[in-house]
Design a protein around this ligand. Structure first.
Ligand code: 2P0
Length: 327
């Protein structure tokens, strides 16, 4: 029988960039994120008697060897935990562009571990599942939770404490997000490759790691106090610091295009006019404008006018990964 899980992408306000271990995907820094709602990954998973590999179909196409390998690693962990020796067949669909800086891997792996937990009957908690999602993709650990989440750096070598926790439900501070799509094509350099290139070549990497906790503390305080201007300050700072770090790799990693830069200026100009909005940008050209409740319309209208923006996506804050029964 098939199980269905859904998960939403999240975007970091205090950014994760760099790993302390690549095999278990242990982050070099903690991070703080918001989980979105209208962008969705839906994953169907069946247990199968078939021999051979675990199977994955992603957006109607067959998956890459690296994706199949990670699926196999995660499925094996659930086979070991449950004692059920069956392969899995997974079909996963996104309703938004894949691998273009919209965190499709985050929602993808969060939905996958939720589905594995249901199919194998392992009854792991969201925090335990978060550690498994992290093995798939560092940011996926945060998509187990809705609203505002914190990813913990952890200290253990086995990664069991490198997990996310929820800071606040989205309903408690319903920020709005406008995503300005500046390109629909997949990025040239994956986050995983970009992070390792940065760690091994940038002279600023250590300083990025060492200054992270101050930013995390400011973001947590701002979220607890619903202090929009403090959250705006630390989020833009963390975003630009991460992109500065990426630019300082050798060769430099440039994830922006001209539209991204035009959107940054548009957001700053809105804020100068008194609109409570700030930007964040991940490993891709799309700018995400985070707005105080009630300002999404105004910000969407302004970003649509920016030269090069092909369309805008509107979203609020969503729930953590969950099983759906009425699919
Ligand atoms: C983040 N990003 O905190 C940062 C900001 C993109 C820029 O986490 O290698 O897909 O699988 O751990 O999680 C995107 O990278 O990378 C990411 P891996 P992931 O959201």
């Amino acid at each position: 029988m098939a199980v269905f899980a859904v998960a939403h992408p999240n975007i970091a306000l205090v950014k994760y960039w760099g790993k302390r271990d690549t095999s278990l995907n242990l982050p070099a820094v903690g991070s703080v994120s918001i989980t979105l709602d209208t962008l969705v990954t839906t994953t169907q998973l069946c247990l199968s008697q078939a021999q051979g590999e675990d199977q994955l179909v992603l957006n109607g196409a067959s998956s890459t060897p690296a994706q199949v390998k990670k699926l196999g690693q995660l499925a094996q962990a659930f086979r070991n935990l449950s004692g059920i020796d069956k392969k899995v067949q997974v079909t996963s669909e996104n309703n938004f562009p894949t691998a273009a800086g919209l965190a499709s891997s985050a929602s993808g792996y969060a939905a996958l571990v939720k589905a594995l937990n249901q199919a194998f009957g392992t009854e792991l908690s969201a925090q335990e599942l978060s550690a498994f999602a992290r093995i798939g993709s560092g940011s996926a650990a945060r998509s187990l939770f809705g609203g505002f989440a914190q990813m913990h750096l952890g200290e253990r070598d086995d990664g069991k404490d490198a997990i996310a926790t929820q800071l606040l439900a989205g309903t408690e501070w319903p920020l709005e997000v406008v995503v300005a799509i500046a390109s629909e094509t997949a990025k040239d350099v994956s986050s995983t490759v970009g992070m390792e290139a940065t760690r091994t070549t940038s002279g600023f990497y250590q300083s990025f790691i060492e200054t992270q906790n101050v930013d995390i503390e400011q973001a947590i305080e701002a979220i607890r106090a619903r202090d929009f201007s403090s959250l705006a300050d630390v989020s833009e700072y963390s975003c630009l610091k991460m992109h500065g770090l990426m630019l300082s790799a050798r060769p430099g990693l440039v994830y922006w295009n001209h539209t991204t830069v035009a959107c940054i200026h548009a957001v700053r100009s809105l804020r100068a006019d008194g609109i409570p909005v700030f930007f964040t940008i991940d490993a891709g050209p799309q700018l995400k404008a985070v707005c105080a409740p009630g300002y999404g319309n105004q910000v969407a209208t302004a970003l649509k006018e920016v030269n090069g923006v092909t369309r805008v996506l509107r979203t609020g804050l969503g729930s953590g990964a969950h099983i759906v029964t009425d699919h």
